[in-house]
Design a protein around this ligand. Sequence first.
Ligand SMILES: Cc1cc2nc3c(=O)[nH]c(=O)nc-3n(C[C@H](O)[C@H](O)[C@H](O)COP(=O)(O)OP(=O)(O)OC[C@H]3O[C@@H](n4cnc5c(N)ncnc54)[C@H](O)[C@@H]3O)c2cc1C
Length: 399
Amino acid sequence: MKQTHQSEPVLIAGGGIGGLAAALALVRAGYAVKVLEQAPQLGEIGAGIQLGPNAFAAFDALGIGPLARSRAVYTDEMVMHDALDASLVGRIPTGAEFRARFGNPYAVIHRADVHQSLLEGALECGRVEVCTATTVQRVEQDDAGVTVFDTAGRSHRGSLLVGADGVKSAVRRQYVGDDARVSGHVVYRAVVDKEQFPAELRWNAASIWVGPNCHLVHYPLRGGEQYNVVVTFHSREKEEWSVREGSRAEVQSYFEGISPVARQLIDLPKDWKRWATADREPIGQWAYGRAVLLGDAAHPTLQYLAQGACMAMEDAVTLGRALTEHGGDYRRAYAHYERARIARTARVVLSAREMGRIFHAKGVERLVRNQLWAGRSQERFYDALEWLYGWREQNCLGN
Ligand SMILES: Cc1cc2nc3c(=O)[nH]c(=O)nc-3n(C[C@H](O)[C@H](O)[C@H](O)COP(=O)(O)OP(=O)(O)OC[C@H]3O[C@@H](n4cnc5c(N)ncnc54)[C@H](O)[C@@H]3O)c2cc1C
């Protein structure tokens, strides 16, 4: 165990993927940690996520590499089809050559399995206290530390505060107070058992079908025993940033004109969860005195690059490294963390918006999209992805 800092713990608002990754990173940097989570129990929703090789570099830096690796499904490729005529648009192999290039695999995994791996790592180290049913409401700071007040009227004292409380962060609301950009795009997600999933689509791939104002995604989970199904469409309604139970009738009312092979995906799930998505404009300041933002609280993004959780874990590793590098001088550490993270995560936010436009192209734009990657070599795909997947703990602080 490294030298320990401060008598008070570092408080972390939010026990999601970002908050637990931050807990692990801070313990590794020598801090005791107290996680404040609004939910009555720690856990994750039933859905899959994709993990780039940068996520595995972060798992290793957090000391849970083997645990997380044992729960992932390693894909052979990423594949994109046109949802109207089922033609192939692009294919990126993610096998041995991909691993050799980026030093880590591409994988798909149940969200709960990522969360559980982080939680097991955090509990094992013995320096993380988790307070559930604790909703952060407001923060006060003084020369010696921070006091966080929750909605039940309790107060929690710490040396520093990490705001990892997600897309509707209370910490961000207090210090930034900016508006969300509601996309009008609605995402439906479900996990279905292998037996219910069409045999012809049981590919070991992160697969996407791109259509006008919509797309559909599927990939295996848990050793291929389950499949994650995600469908996205431009809503006819005026949407607000929200998550709720989905309605089968609503999802079935979209996707007119889609090829039958893709359309069968929307008939599979019995229960859907529905996200009306949003992001925020990237901001140039994440540190406010002793409080600092991390994960979706810092850079909420549309999901089209499949990198939100990966970025949250990268943030956590970088924050821990910055605090170590600056010997616990949090002002200098936070400034270094901001320098290392703000442009990179803003690039993800802005690229994800652009990727959404490409996925959902229609008319002539669709024809252009379908030619974009024709004949492109594997090496050129890998070169284009280097900025994203080439992240490592060793280079996380930059210059
Ligand atoms: C449809 C969809 C698909 C996605 N696919 C991928 C993917 O393939 N790959 C990928 O890397 N990412 C993906 N993401 C993004 C990823 O889910 C998020 O970026 C990631 O979960 C961010 O983690 P976080 O800990 O910052 O926030 P969250 O996961 O939202 O966790 C925040 C935590 O804070 C708690 N909280 C909130 N407010 C308070 C409060 N006031 N007090 C106390 N606790 C509070 C919440 O209960 C929650 O536990 C996807 C997102 C969506 C919506």
